[in-house]
Ligand binder design. Sequence first.
Ligand SMILES: *Cc1c(COP(=O)(O)O)cnc(C)c1O
Length: 376
Amino acid sequence: MLLLIPGPVQTRPETRAAMAQDIAPWDNDFRPVYAEIREMVRDIAGGVPGEHATMPLQGCGHFILEAAIRTFVPAGGTVLVPHNGAYADRAIRLATEAGRQVVSMPCPDTEGVSPAAIGAALAANPSISHVVMVHNETGSGIINDPGAVGPVVRAAGRRMILDSVSAFGALPFALAAHPEVDALVFTSGKCLEALPGSGYAVARTDRLLDCAGNAGSWSFDLSDIYQQALRAGWGSIRFTPAVQSLAAFRVALDFFMAEGGQPARLARYRENARILHEGVRSLGLTPYLDWAHQGPVIVTVHQPADPAFALQPFVDALKRRGVLISNFYNTRAPSFRVGCIGAIGPEDMRQAVAAIGGALDELGVRDRAARMPAAA
Ligand SMILES: *Cc1c(COP(=O)(O)O)cnc(C)c1O
């Protein structure tokens, strides 16, 4: 089965095989593996040794994002969230339930957020300490560019937390050039092509020290994870991690480096996205985003207007053809989404396009123009 979802992604057999062992996470054979993971991802993040360090956390992307918000935003503090997709909704809820104030900034979900609009929102509200921004908005496939937004945040004397869960390892970004970023967060199971199970914040060490006591949660306190590393070493753990998944992640990082790191991965994903974007258009479908705004992680496609189309039967028909895509969508207009990330290449994408064509034919979908959202 070809898994074409924006995480967890298709992995290599060698990566999956690394899970088939019993491991004691505190054992002296495993400690160096854990410490190496922390160094490797700090380097991939363009972090500076001493200035930045990696705080791993058990679990999924929401957990590490919540931990970053709780750790770096003071209790009762205010964050600005540019809101152009489903993952911004998640950030808003995580921050709100953690007792932080949220200023939500609605933006169109068909293009990246405007740095000037961020600047204006920060100027209008001096109580905002942080911008929490989704790097690649996985709901629609658009990219919010921290390279353009970061300098505006810096100039306003504010700080940033970057949800790079579906971008890290594929989109270019270097922490060394972004002192306004307290932390960028991501997981093992997306563009780094490992199994799900761990999240990471690559964070500023000075801020980790400043922010001790903010979190209001022992489990989600990145400062406490830092203190633990200082006390007991970079290979030490606080609580039991998904240790087999970490072993697989270490193998996946070797493949990442061998491929040529972020630029190579971006090139492969971009080509995957291009084949898909072009392929669905050749089938008469309409991609949700113009190519100019299309990121390399996920291609979202308008559902066709033909009443013969329904999402679940379409997903089932695709699955019979060996391709698994999401059976939900989170754009404003009805769509289906196809992931371009994972251990997959051009041949897989051509197979996916053929399968989409076959599934539409099987369902008798003739009118393939975009279905418009039901009137509110
Ligand atoms: C996948 C994803 C997350 C986290 O999702 P989990 O299901 O919690 O792992 C967060 N932000 C973005 C942008 C994502 O794509």
